[in-house]
Design a protein around this ligand. Structure first.
Ligand code: PAF
Length: 283
């Protein structure tokens, strides 16, 4: 499998693919790949002749320098994992910060019609400006027909859809279902940083989401939210940061349920020092 470190080399290879009129899918990642990423790559391979996987820990989306420093960088094992999926039709792009930002690693400011202010946006200052900045740059470099994102970061997925709409970018965004461990824990690069105690307790998050979904069928959003808060108050190992039931297009917290709207429950929890997020479709 080819791994390119500069956009010039990558674009050289991609121009050959375009000349042959073969289709190109794209899976942007920050590396530390797990089965959830591989499922995105597999879906992209089913729908395209070639798939570019970018592996880049994007500095402009971190609001915490320590988190950026400690983010796992495992290029060699990432490449090995990708090769288990396909040796022939995947192209890896692992640029340096300079290749992407040319010495000016600053985020552009975006207006995502308020999506950026809800949930993750309220707790991670400037995070979605950083995500918008890197995705816009990567789309410009790779120019894929389709790009694949996991629903685990559902807010990010909606923001990327908004970015594409507002900036009139010519790429189809494909949302892919959440990949879970057999115990229900949503797959995440952060899971490898959980100690045994917190790893054992973390499936409580999804278990609570499932019960919240059942309750949402018969109770108000407000009552369900209070119930979730009370469940976490009893848990000694997991600290709830937020639980929100929101309408999926605006991501605004639901005040009164409507049969015509679609809702999801979103959660962020600290398991020790590791922050985990998850979400579930409610109707
Ligand atoms: O979800 C991620 O891993 C990152 O936010 C992304 C989309 C690759 C942008 O850096």
């Amino acid at each position: 499998m080819k791994v390119y470190n500069t956009k010039e080399e990558l674009q050289g290879a991609l121009s050959v693919i375009r000349d042959r009129q073969e289709s190109l899918g794209f899976v942007p990642t920050m590396g530390a790949l797990h089965e959830g990423h591989l499922a995105l790559v597999e879906q992209a391979l089913e729908e395209n002749n070639w798939v570019v996987v970018s592996i880049f820990v994007n500095p402009t989306q971190f609001d915490n320098a320590r988190d950026l420093e400690r983010y796992p960088r495992t290029l060699e094992s990432d490449v090995n994992l990708l090769e288990t999926v396909s040796k022939k039709r995947i192209i890896a792009y692992a640029p340096t910060v300079n290749d992407i930002y040319q010495g000016n690693a600053k985020a552009e400011r975006f207006d995502f019609d308020g999506l950026e202010n809800e949930m993750e946006g309220a707790f991670r200052d400037g995070h979605f400006d950083g995500v918008g900045t890197i995705i816009k740059r990567l789309f410009n470099i790779v120019k894929p027909e389709k790009a694949y994102f996991g629903e685990k970061d559902f807010q990010q997925l909606q923001i990327i859809r908004k970015l594409v709409e507002k900036q009139k970018l010519n790429v189809k965004i494909v949302g892919c279902t959440i990949h879970r461990e057999t115990n229900g824990l949503a797959m995440s690069s952060r899971n490898t940083r959980l100690d045994i105690e917190h790893k054992d307790e973390a499936p409580f998050i999804y278990k609570t989401l499932i019960e919240a979904k059942e309750k949402f069928g018969i109770e108000s959003a407000n009552k369900v939210t209070k119930w979730v808060v009370s469940q976490f108050a009893k848990n000694k190992l997991l600290k709830l940061e937020y639980f929100t039931i929101a309408e999926i297009s605006t991501l605004k917290e639901v005040k009164r349920k409507s049969n015509k709207k679609q809702y999801r429950a979103f959660i962020a929890v600290y398991a020790g020092s590791i922050r985990l997020i998850d979400n579930i479709a409610l109707n």
